[in-house]
Design a protein around this ligand. Structure first.
Ligand code: FAD
Length: 408
């Protein structure tokens, strides 16, 4: 192995190049990124980057680190446009990069609301440039913020809006926000959390039209004909894996790049981060099929793993993980481990009726498969260990009882 190419210069891509250098790989390494920016951290972009008086610098590393300690060639500002897995080449602008091993870590793009292109005051939050624009809008005298989509990123922006003193309305198409991510009952609990902080949440509503005057957003019209006035409209309707450039490459694309259990998508080609769809053996008995995560921790973890496999395919091992994500709402934290595809949810600490603090655990068959905590930061990692060890529901109830006694 002499040349590792990593496409996607964000979290998974950065962790990929760092991991192989840490392991002593002394071949050539090239990191390709579509954005002009050095790799930066996305979670703050919908949180403190918007709310803090002093704007934090989200970059992970200084530019010198890449040419220096990491000895990585950075190719920024131009997207890769083509992959040829037979010739083992990636096209980037005018250049054709030959690889021996390749990591694809091109993540995802924010989904836009059709028909809103070019309307001032309509935002998505995926990139640093998005966050710079939204920060200016929220702090530039806006009074009414409307968020389309009650997912995690939309919810975080709504929480920031309230903290900044704006009137905030969330519009959600589903009857229960976040039902797919955390289940119906917990989705309702998280809706209470918003309402407790004065955020209006309207569920089961469809945005029919975005209203604008002189090119500036003024509100939205809903399916029932009613109107919600707004100065700033944030669209948080999810992300679309950045697979366009892989068309014709022969890789299997199905809401992400489909890989095997070692994250291999083709000989010498491995995937990592938000773009990766792979069979997570830890849950094959309860959820089956493949999964794709959009979580910081898995992107970081998979980046290192994919790169190690790419430089030494003979060392490739199945990649299993207990998914983990956090989300900061108002002055508290929502944390989730595992999967929500269970047949029973039980609140084992606190009370979900008012949106927390509480901890709930998820059962599938006789296994614990997930845990959700709102404002109980010490809890979920304990359950994560049980989930990773394929422990039983009774083991989880026993742990819950121990935790209850410790809190008393
Ligand atoms: P990305 O971070 O999406 O990076 C992919 C990179 O590839 C991008 O820079 C993109 O420009 C580049 N690229 C795309 N196409 C090409 C191409 N053709 N050629 C070259 N480069 C290309 N997770 C949590 O667990 N907790 C949180 O609180 C949380 N908050 C978040 C808040 C926001 C606003 C966002 C957007 C995400 C948040 N996440 C959170 C998710 C987490 O940040 C992502 O899971 C993580 O960034 C994924 O990393 P990645 O490297 O796979 O992809």
């Amino acid at each position: 192995m002499t040349h590792l190419v990593v496409v996607g210069a964000s979290l998974a891509g950065l962790r990929a190049v760092e991991a192989v250098r840490r392991d002593g790989f002394d071949g050539e390494v090239t990191l390709v990124g579509a954005e002009e920016h050095l790799p930066y951290d996305r979670p703050p972009l919908s949180k403190e980057y918007l709310s803090a008086e002093e704007c934090p610098d989200p970059r992970y590393r200084e530019e010198e680190t890449f040419a220096g300690d990491l000895d990585v060639e950075l190719v920024l500002g131009t997207p890769a446009s083509e992959l040829d897995t037979t010739a083992r080449t990636v096209t980037v602008g005018e250049r054709t990069l030959s690889y021996d091993g390749l990591v694809i870590a091109t993540g995802a793009h924010a989904r836009a609301l059709p028909g809103t292109e070019g309307i001032e005051g309509v935002h998505t939050v995926r990139t640093l440039d998005d966050a710079i624009a939204l920060r200016a809008a929220l702090r530039g005298g806006a009074r009414r913020l409307t968020v389309v989509g009650a997912g995690f990123i939309g919810s975080e922006v709504a929480a920031v809006g309230r903290t900044l003193g704006l009137e905030v309305t969330i519009l959600e198409a589903l009857e229960t926000p976040l039902a797919r991510a955390v289940g119906e009952r917990m989705g309702r609990a998280l809706t209470h959390l918003h309402r407790r902080h004065g955020t209006e949440v309207r569920t089961g509503v469809a945005v029919e039209e975005v209203l604008a005057e002189n090119g500036r957003v003024t509100g939205v019209r809903l399916g029932d004909g009613s109107r919600v006035d707004s100065d700033v409209l944030v669209v948080g309707i999810g992300a679309r894996p950045a697979t366009d450039w892989l068309e014709g490459s022969g890789l299997t694309i199905d809401d992400g790049v489909v890989a095997d259990e070692t994250l291999a998508a083709a000989p010498g080609v491995y995937v990592a981060g938000d773009i990766a769809r792979w069979p997570n053996a830890l849950f094959s008995d309860v959820a089956g099929g493949t999964m794709r995560l959009e979580h910081w921790t898995s992107a970081a973890d998979q980046g290192g793993r994919a790169a190690r496999h790419a430089v030494d395919p003979s060392s490739a091992k199945p990649y299993e993980t207990v998914p983990y994500f956090w989300s900061d709402w108002y002055d508290g934290r929502v944390q989730f481990v595992g999967i929500a595809a269970g047949d029973h949810v039980e609140v084992v600490a606190g009370d979900d009726a008012e949106g927390g603090p509480f901890t709930a655990i998820y059962r599938a068959g006789d296994r614990i498969v997930g845990a959700l905590a709102v404002d109980m930061p010490a809890e979920v990692m304990k359950y994560r260990r049980l989930i990773g060890g394929r422990k039983t529901w009774d083991d989880a109830l026993e742990l819950a009882e121990q935790r209850r006694q410790q809190r008393e």
